[in-house]
Design a protein around this ligand. Structure first.
Ligand code: ZN
Length: 184
């Protein structure tokens, strides 16, 4: 007699083996887990978001300076282009602010749930049993603004799903301490 789901050999005839039963019960436990123990959010810091995009900003400034220095007849066009770029930049930063502020991570007894998305909601649910490793890092730019990144390595063969990260997070040591406490 074999298990109908995983094909494991069964001693007695039945619907599911112990292996599948345990898995099912664990999944049910995770699904029914509704109590949030700890929540942290992504933090919008204007200086950090600008510094992260220093390359396109720098290129644009260089281009404007170049245009201004070539010929005085280019000045009106340059001002229009520069003005449009600044307006676009401000609108884009408002979008970044909205999207960063929507990033919320909740820790339950059995799982981590991450929510984000301004127009389209994205929810990532990771049961603790699927976490291979969790740690944090602080990059050079992040250091300037007291920010950091929470990294989650999952037990999966899918390369696109293996690494999950939440950034930028304020008070990273404190937040990570709470996570460690819950996952212990
Ligand atoms: Zn089975």
């Amino acid at each position: 007699m074999k298990c109908k789901v995983c094909g494991a050999e069964l001693k007695k005839a039945g619907e599911l083996c112990n292996n599948c039963m345990n898995k099912l019960m664990k999944e049910q436990e995770t699904r029914n887990d509704k109590k949030v123990y700890y929540t942290f959010k992504k933090k919008f810091v204007l200086g950090y978001e600008l510094l992260k995009r220093i390359e396109p900003i720098g290129i644009m400034i260089l281009l404007i300076v170049l245009l201004l220095s070539v010929d005085i007849r280019f000045w009106p066009y340059t001002l229009i282009i520069g003005g449009a770029y600044i307006i676009f930049g401000i609108i884009y930063m408002f979008y970044v602010k909205a999207s960063v502020s929507k990033g919320i991570c909740s820790l339950y007894r059995t799982k981590l749930v991450y929510n984000e998305g301004v127009f389209r909601k994205k929810i990532v649910e990771i049961p603790y049993s699927e976490i291979d490793e969790i740690y944090y890092s602080v990059g050079n730019m992040q250091k300037l603004f007291h920010l950091g990144t929470i990294m989650v390595k999952r037990k999966t063969r899918n390369l696109f799903e293996r690494n999950f990260y939440i950034e930028p997070v304020k008070d990273i040591e404190k937040v990570f301490g709470k996570i460690e406490e819950l996952l212990r």
